[in-house]
Design a protein around this ligand. Structure first.
Ligand code: BG6
Length: 469
């Protein structure tokens, strides 16, 4: 019989830039999510604006009430950087922004929900991206740390769980949205990679130290996405390709964060490309690694990769790390947007992470996007979503029960519908439907979907309900 640990945290997660709307309200500045130049992802048909999104800015009380009714014991949200520091280099923070998130935290606590706060989630002030090239520039680390200090000071008596940086491992690969940076034309990809990797590690480390010095009992983590790849065939070059790809797209970030130093494979990577392996701030990275409490992850899909034939080993590695596209396994189904569905892969990833790092893991994102048509009452029968979460939660349970993985909790992506990272509202992830047509008061109607009731019963039974087909 399935039964999760007694103190297991159940809930969901939201990225506030994708949900709030109110993009210039109460002193907020535009950020890289608001201004990003979208390249359509596969399956995408429209780009929606973040001006309104899910109107969560004005309706979060209603959303949190529905989360409480679902039984949430934890909820992850992001404090939007450009709501607190509209330009990023402002002398003083925007009090309205601080007040807003403090109220949100109070609302969660009153509902008996543990707040889990993310600090950078696609929300760097646009001004810092344009003026300084984001985290490519060390000056932005200082501004980020000033911002973190102010947020922490305001929330320190109320928030225990912190995440320094959303999906930091994606920063060198999607630098615009994740790090507010672009590669200058005269800079080689590997050199850019090194700079972004180091600057984000330093930003993370200094954030950990800032949080821990203000809140010694805080639980702090770094976070990665798990872009897991497996070999497309059993051919050795495909196996090697998957190893190289996982090393640089996933392991490197946590290897550095947890050990406090750059691993030997990465020092060789730099040496073989004639890049100097000199780094500032290693002492801070080391100190932060000793204070890291847990690891946060998002998991959505597993893909396959093929090897690259090139007698020049560096060129072969670079092709795998920077250029090789991944494919959907023939054995898996995929969403409308080509995201392969692999719940068993989730167990593999959880187990591999735990064996490598021996740190508790907090699953802070996992979910499926669907195209949905509601009935005349706005009700959505999202059986595919129920199946996705059921299968993935069964894998989580197996990781706990059979692989001995220590898992803090499961935060589904997501309680409510909101814009995708590519700004598409059709790509719905929520347990709660958001009607995008405002009513006469300018509000967007919320309607629990079938999955809302299902997830409620899973939480209420602490997972026992997963036994039932
Ligand atoms: C994660 C991000 O990468 O995936 C989220 O942290 C994002 O912000 C989620 O929304 C799902 O991706 P997408 O592109 O479908 O929104």
């Amino acid at each position: 019989m399935i039964k999760f640990p007694d103190n297991f945290l159940w809930g969901g997660a939201v990225s506030n830039v994708q949900a709030e709307g109110a993009w210039l309200t109460d002193g907020k500045g535009l950020n890289v999510y608001d201004t990003q130049e979208i390249t359509f992802e596969s399956g995408q048909t429209v780009i929606d604006s973040s001006e309104l999104a899910s109107n969560h800015y004005y309706q979060y009380h209603e959303d949190i009430k529905l989360m409480k009714e679902m039984g949430f014991t934890a909820y992850r949200f992001s404090v939007v950087w450009s709501r607190i520091h509209p330009l990023g280099d402002d002398e003083e923070p925007n009090e309205a922004g601080l007040h807003y998130y403090e109220n949100m935290v109070d609302c969660l606590i009153a509902a008996g929900i543990e707040p889990v706060v993310s600090l950078v989630h696609f929300d760097m002030p646009d001004n810092l991206a344009k003026k300084h090239n984001g985290f490519y520039n060390k000056k932005v680390i200082d501004l980020y740390i000033k911002h973190v200090g102010i947020v922490v000071e305001r929330l320190k008596t109320k928030v225990k769980y912190w995440i320094t940086y959303n999906e930091m491992n994606l920063a060198p690969f999607h630098p615009g949205l994740v790090a507010g940076a672009r590669r200058p034309e005269n800079v080689e990809p590997a050199v850019f990679f090194k700079t972004i990797v180091h600057n984000t590690q330093l930003a993370h480390a200094r954030a950990v130290l800032t949080i821990k010095s203000a809140i010694p009992h805080a639980k702090v983590s770094g976070m990665t996405n798990c872009p897991w790849v497996v070999p497309a065939t059993s051919a050795p070059e495909d196996v090697l390709a998957s190893h190289i790809r996982n090393t640089y797209h996933l392991w490197l970030t946590f290897d550095v964060m947890t050990s406090g130093k750059y691993p030997s494979y990465y020092l060789k990577f730099l040496e073989n490309r004639g890049i100097e392996a000199a780094f500032d701030g290693l002492d801070e990275i080391k100190q932060a690694s000793e204070k890291l409490d847990y690891l946060s992850i998002s998991y959505y899909q597993t893909n396959t990769i093929r090897g690259v034939k090139n007698e020049n080993v560096v060129a072969m590695e670079d092709a795998i790390i920077f250029n090789q596209s991944v494919e959907i396994s023939e054995t898996l189904s995929a969403t409308e947007w080509g995201w392969a569905i692999d719940p068993l892969g989730f167990r593999t990833v959880l187990s591999a992470l735990y064996q490598r790092y021996q740190k508790p893991i907090f699953i802070v994102e996992n979910g499926i996007a669907l195209l949905e048509t509601p009935d005349e009452n706005q009700f959505v029968s999202d059986d595919t979503r129920i199946q996705y979460h059921r299968d993935h939660l069964q894998s989580v349970y197996q990781a706990i029960q059979h692989d001995g993985v220590e898992i803090i909790g499961y935060l589904a992506w997501s309680p409510i519908d909101f814009l995708s990272s590519h700004k598409e509202m059709r790509k719905r992830y929520g347990f709660i439907r958001i009607d995008t047509t405002p009513d006469e008061n300018g509000l967007l109607r919320r309607t629990p979907k079938k999955s809302w009731y299902w997830y409620q019963s899973v939480i209420n039974s602490n997972g026992e309900q997963l036994d039932e087909a």
